[in-house]
Design a protein around this ligand. Structure first.
Ligand code: SF4
Length: 296
C-alpha cells in the first residue's frame, strides 16, 4: 500500500470511482451542511485550506515520485471557492504533477450557477474535467423537505452551465428520499431532471440512515414513512421509466442499493426495466442484496 505523507482532516470522503486517485483536501467540510439525510460533514465546520498549505501538499506529493494520474479535490463542495482560487490550485497541480489525466470534485448546483460560463470554461481548460453532483431528487417538495437549498430549476441551471463549459457530470439520485408519501413524484421528477441535464453518468443510491430514523426525522421537515426493499425497487422502476436519456452511463451499484443495475440509457432501458419487473413479480429476497452485503 502506498503511504502518502500528507495529513487529512477526517472524516474524508470521495466517490467510489476515485478510489485510486490522489485526494487533495483543498477545503474541509461542506459550506451548506444542512441536508437532512447527510451526516458526512456534520462533525466538521467548513474551512478553506490556506493556499500555501495546499501548495506545500502538492509539492510533497510530487516529491514522492509516484505517478498520480487522477486527482479528486475534497471535501464536500470545493467548487464553492472563487474561480481565482480554484485556478491557482489547478495551475499549481499542473506545474508540479506531471501525469494527471483527470481532476474532479464534488459540486453543489448553486456553486456552478454562481460562476459564469467563461469562468467554468477557464476551469475546464485548466484541467477540471468531472464534477460529482448529489442532485438527490428532481422533486421540489422533496428538495424543500430535506433542506437541499436547491430546486429543480436551480439544479438544471447550474449543471447545464458546467456542461456547456465542457465539464462532464456524474449525478446521484437518492431513492427512498421522499418516503412513501412522495415516492412517486420523487421518481417521476427525478427522471425528468435527468432528461433536462443529460449527464454523462447517473447513479442511484438508497437513502441510508446511519444515525437512525428518529435522528433523520428531527431534520426532515415533513411526514415520512420509510419504503420497504421492494417499494424502493418499484420507485426505481418509475424513475427509469420516466427517463429519456441519449447516452448516459447508469449504475445502481453503490453499496446502499438492494438491486444492482448497470447499463447505458436509453439503449439498455427496456432490458433494465424487464429485470426490475421480474424482481417485482417474484418478490424474492434472493434477487436483492442482503443487509450484510450492502456494506453500510
Ligand atoms: S450539500 Fe452535499 S455534502 Fe453538503 S450537506 Fe448536502 S449532501 Fe451533504
Amino acid at each position: 500500500m502506498f503511504y502518502l505523507p500528507i495529513k487529512y482532516e477526517e472524516p474524508l470522503f470521495r466517490p467510489p470511482s476515485e478510489a485510486r486517485s490522489l485526494i487533495l483536501q483543498i477545503t474541509s467540510g461542506c459550506s451548506w451542511n444542512k441536508c437532512a439525510f447527510c451526516e458526512m460533514y456534520t462533525s466538521k465546520k467548513f474551512k478553506i485550506k490556506p493556499f500555501e498549505k495546499v501548495s506545500e501538499e502538492i509539492l510533497i506529493c510530487a516529491q514522492t515520485g509516484y505517478k498520480f494520474n487522477k486527482i479528486f479535490l475534497a471535501d464536500g463542495d470545493a467548487m464553492v471557492l472563487s474561480t481565482d482560487r480554484l485556478n491557482r490550485v489547478l495551475s499549481e497541480i499542473n506545474s508540479k504533477l506531471k501525469n494527471i489525466r483527470r481532476i474532479s470534485a464534488y459540486a453543489k448546483p448553486k456553486d456552478l450557477a454562481n460562476k459564469s460560463i467563461d469562468e467554468l470554461k477557464e476551469l475546464k481548460s485548466n484541467g477540471l474535467d468531472l464534477l460529482y453532483v448529489g442532485i438527490e431528487s428532481g422533486d421540489n417538495d422533496v428538495l424543500k423537505l430535506i433542506d437541499k437549498g436547491e430546486t429543480f430549476d436551480s439544479t438544471v441551471t447550474g449543471l447545464l452551465k458546467a456542461k456547456s463549459a465542457g465539464i462532464k457530470l456524474s449525478v446521484m439520485i437518492l431513492t427512498g428520499l421522499g418516503g412513501k408519501e412522495l415516492s412517486m413524484q420523487h421518481a417521476v421528477n427525478s427522471g425528468k431532471i435527468l432528461n433536462e441535464i443529460q449527464p454523462e453518468y447517473a447513479s442511484t443510491l438508497v437513502l441510508s440512515l446511519p444515525l437512525g430514523i428518529e435522528h433523520f426525522l428531527k431534520r426532515y421537515k415533513g411526514k415520512f414513512t420509510i419504503l420497504s426493499k421492494f417499494e424502493l425497487v418499484y420507485e426505481l422502476k418509475v424513475l427509469l421509466k420516466n427517463t429519456k436519456l441519449e447516452q448516459t452511463v447508469f449504475r445502481s451499484d453503490h453499496a446502499s442499493n438492494y438491486l444492482i443495475l448497470k447499463g447505458i440509457l436509453s439503449r439498455d432501458k427496456d432490458k433494465l426495466l424487464k429485470r426490475i419487473e421480474n424482481v417485482l413479480a417474484t418478490q424474492n429476497d434472493a434477487d436483492l442484496r442482503k443487509e450484510w452485503q450492502r456494506g453500510l
